[in-house]
Design a protein around this ligand. Structure first.
Ligand SMILES: [Zn+2]
Length: 108
């Protein structure tokens, strides 16, 4: 792929001591996955946002938004998302751009 948008899984974590309020059976059924979304231009990558996906392994519920959960669960999901970092190489595009600008400024 030379140009476009792609994403990569960067974190996968089960929420401890948290109950899915839909099936309400047991703890530790909610699995949070965080994806890095990035723009690809040849060998340059530009990370620009994170996408979150929450699945309950008990009732098979899948959510794309944390708004579907109670506030307490939302906070735990946000902590996982906050800890998930874009891999360093997904910033390569910004670095290359910065270097090109720097070189063009210096060479003037
Ligand atoms: Zn559930």
């Amino acid at each position: 792929m030379a140009l476009g948008i792609a994403e990569r899984l960067v974190a996968e974590e089960t929420l401890k001591m948290t109950i899915c309020e839909r099936c309400n059976t047991q703890e530790d059924t909610l699995v949070v996955r965080v994806f890095s979304k990035f723009f690809v231009a040849s060998i340059m990558f530009f990370a620009f946002k994170k996408r979150v996906h929450i699945e309950c392994i008990s009732c098979k519920r899948m959510e794309k938004s944390i708004d579907s959960f109670p506030k307490r669960t939302q906070d735990r999901i946000e902590a996982v998302v906050g800890d998930a970092k874009h891999p360093w190489y997904l910033y390569s595009g910004y670095v290359i751009f910065f270097i090109i600008i720097l070189i063009s400024l210096v060479s003037k």
